[in-house]
Design a protein around this ligand. Structure first.
Ligand code: MAN
Length: 512
């Protein structure tokens, strides 16, 4: 069976003959030696006649001698498809009587039977097939361009959303700082108030004493003249008393002087009653003229109130205030729930209106702080999330859901949401929640994975993979269930349109 190679050799000349079924880059490997022999490609020790190539008999253990026939299994047949795109056909489909135009538009896969005159030659349809192909590529190109436009809008929208979130985060962080400063100030004030609530009485008393001392000093000035006069009279009385004592001792009772006798009698009466009206100390003081109003006043300076922090009432409020401060510290450091402060407050013995008001303000601000902190954490993790895909594109599709009735079931999924399957009775089954986005290598597609759906009866937990392929609109094209309760969606979507994948049909046309 040497027809093909012989014919080609005769036609094209020995050295430039092309071996059928071999790609241009491998043609050099198929050259005869000077004796018109050829060695198997991976077995150089096995040398066959060059005419045995493509003679429909498999001679080489590596199948290399039959690239253009079906004689060696597992080979692939190269068809040149001039004017279109070259193709490769499994060798089993070569010379089987069927023109495989979808791969070999030039009909070269069916050469043997036609050469033998057993079947008509497969005519070359590359021109028309290429024309259709170019048209289809144009259509796809315009769809991709439209899809890309939509995708770019989505990317822009996602960028704006990301910027907005960043701004919101910044605003919240600034607000957090401001409130933290305010709370720290209020807490300082509160601590001062609480501390003063236990020492206020003590501080107030010396103040009152000072005031009283002041008033008394004014009184002292007012009454000191009177006191001086009294002291003067007291001193004079002592002199008069001394005179009377002398007179009483030295008078001559033999002189019958009734005036002297009456005076001495009155003096004796006064002296006898003296002990009942004035004590010895006062008498001495009076006698020495040392009774001073200022002594009374200075004694007041020594005065201290009976109630101190150690007394029962003040001690409890003192401890109370310290406990309060400790609680505030625990709350501030996140070791105690804010609410526990409220209950503590109500049972507290401190009922100062200002303290209560300030505590309410601090508590309110702390609730605000906690909410802000939660918001900030959420925003931070949202902004850092890689689950929105490249360019954060899924941010723009957060609320987008698509569905399609595909016969037995209506399937639906929301980007970033849930996938579901609804039967004809409207019964919906959860096929999973959006979990991650993947960009498989060597593919333009984008895969969204949905996990942790409803459990399958005596089977696995449902999950779904959604493969997005480039298009100018979102549409669920098909849904299959390759494994029980594992679903596969094929969905057209602009987000799978890749810029570098637009087919350049001009190149194809140039080759025609
Ligand atoms: C339902 C559907 C099917 C699934 C079976 C498993 O009928 O969710 O897709 O295969 O349950 O029991």
């Amino acid at each position: 069976m040497k027809l093909s190679n012989v014919a080609l050799l005769a036609l094209l000349g020995h050295s430039s003959a092309k071996v059928l079924g071999v790609a241009p880059e491998d043609q050099a490997k198929y050259q005869p030696d000077a004796n018109n022999n050829w060695a198997c490609l991976n077995h150089p020790d096995i040398v066959i006649s060059f005419d045995q190539i493509n003679d429909d008999i498999c001679d080489c253990p590596d199948n290399s001698d039959e690239p253009g026939t079906a004689a060696c299994p597992g080979n692939s047949f190269y068809c040149e498809n001039k004017g279109h795109i070259p193709g490769r056909l499994p060798s089993s489909r070569v010379n089987d009587g069927v023109c495989d135009y979808e791969v070999c538009c030039d009909g070269s896969d069916e050469w043997l039977l036609s050469e033998k005159g057993l079947v008509p030659k497969c005519e070359n349809k590359c021109k028309e097939i290429n024309a259709k192909y170019v048209k289809e590529q144009k259509r796809l190109k315009s769809i991709k361009e439209a899809g890309l436009k939509i995708k770019n809008h989505l990317v822009e929208k996602a960028k704006k959303l990301t910027t907005q979130l960043g701004q919101e985060l910044q605003k919240n962080e600034e607000q957090l700082k401001a409130i933290e400063i305010k709370v720290a100030e209020d807490e300082k004030k509160l601590a001062a108030l609480l501390a003063s609530s236990s020492t206020g009485i003590e501080e107030a008393i010396p103040e009152e004493i000072a005031k009283i001392q002041n008033d008394l000093k004014e009184l002292e000035v007012k009454y000191s003249a009177a006191f001086d006069a009294i002291n003067k009279y007291v001193a004079n009385i002592a002199i008069y008393k001394q005179l009377l004592e002398t007179m009483k001792a030295e008078y001559n009772p033999n002189f019958n002087d009734p005036a002297v006798k009456a005076a001495i009698r009155s003096f004796e009466e006064i002296t006898a009653n003296e002990g009942e009206t004035i004590d010895e100390k006062s008498r001495t003081q009076l006698a020495s003229g040392k009774l001073k109003f200022s002594d009374v006043i200075s004694n007041l300076g020594e005065y201290r109130p009976q109630s101190t922090p150690q007394s029962t009432g003040t001690l409890s409020s003192y401890i109370d205030s310290k406990l309060r401060l400790a609680k505030l510290w625990l709350i501030d450091n996140g070791l105690l729930a804010d609410s526990s402060f409220d209950s503590y407050q109500s049972s507290s013995s401190v009922d100062n209106a200002e303290v209560t008001l300030l505590q309410n303000i601090v508590n309110k601000k702390k609730t605000e702080l906690n909410k802000l902190k939660t918001d900030i954490n959420q925003l931070r993790s949202d902004l850092a999330s890689s689950n929105y895909g490249r360019h954060d594109i899924l941010r723009s599709l957060k609320d987008t859901c698509i569905s399609n009735n595909l016969g037995e079931y209506t399937y639906e999924f929301c980007f970033n949401g849930q996938a579901s399957q609804r039967d004809r009775n409207g019964q919906s089954t959860n096929l999973g929640k959006f979990d991650n986005i993947k960009y498989p290598d060597n593919s333009d597609s984008v895969i969204l994975n949905f996990e942790h759906g409803a459990k399958c009866w005596s089977g696995p937990i449902r999950r779904a993979s959604v493969e997005l392929v480039c298009d100018d609109h979102d549409e669920i094209l098909l849904v299959s269930e390759p494994e029980r309760c594992e679903y596969f969606f094929k969905v057209s979507s602009p987000i799978a349109c890749a810029e570098d994948k637009i087919v350049d049909d001009e190149v194809v046309r140039d080759e025609l």
